[in-house]
Design a protein around this ligand. Structure first.
Ligand SMILES: [Zn+2]
Length: 194
């Protein structure tokens, strides 16, 4: 697994932003669990709608059996008061997958390159302050599968080693998701914003 382009994001220092005053949609927040890390991920209303549409959140298995995935785009921050990192996801870039497969999708080099090119286009005319970054990746576990990091997922997660980069796993039929952070995929809190 190589780090190549994702490195670009490592050069970025998260903005400091002290007091969080976000209203969250509690019914959509990540599954309650024992969190082993302080980083947090917040999914904006627009990104949530885009993501739920892309993965057919709530649709039944017969029409929704292929695994999906892609990049989470947004902005990283550091809460200087409580000392933790967080990111706000502002949009997603879905991966293009050629083969139809119920198995977990393979993210090849081409797919990464295409997604990162899309981010470059998205950022093209933005000032540095307004640029968006790869704050993580998402993928689905459909049907009866639970939401967790498989061994293959752990390999992928190594490409997102920063404290403000996340991997999220969603099951759209069960309407459940979990968020993970860092190279070792520590489970962390995930929120959906109103
Ligand atoms: Zn997986």
């Amino acid at each position: 697994m190589c780090f190549f382009h994702i490195n670009k994001t490592i050069l970025h220092e998260p903005e400091e932003n002290g007091i969080l005053n976000f209203e969250t949609l509690d019914r959509f927040n990540s599954l309650d669990s024992t969190y082993s890390c302080s980083s947090r991920i917040y999914i904006s209303l627009i990104a949530r709608k885009q993501l739920f549409k892309e993965i057919n959140w709530g649709a039944n298995i017969a029409t929704n059996s292929h695994e999906e995935g892609g990049l989470l785009i947004g902005k990283p921050y550091f809460d200087s008061y409580e000392k933790f990192y967080y990111s706000i996801v502002t949009s997603i870039i879905p991966a293009v997958v050629k083969e139809d497969s119920i198995n977990e999708k393979k993210y090849g080099f081409d797919s990464w390159q295409a997604m990162l090119n899309k981010l470059d286009i998205y950022n093209k005319n933005k000032t540095i302050a307004n640029k968006e970054y790869v704050v993580g990746w998402y993928h689905t576990h459909k049907g009866n599968r639970s939401v967790y990091m498989s061994e293959k997922d752990m390999d992928m997660q190594k490409m997102f080693p920063l404290q403000w980069q996340f991997g999220i796993v969603l099951n759209p039929q069960k309407q459940a998701w979990k968020a993970f952070n860092g190279k070792k995929a520590y489970e962390c809190q995930g929120f959906v914003l109103k």
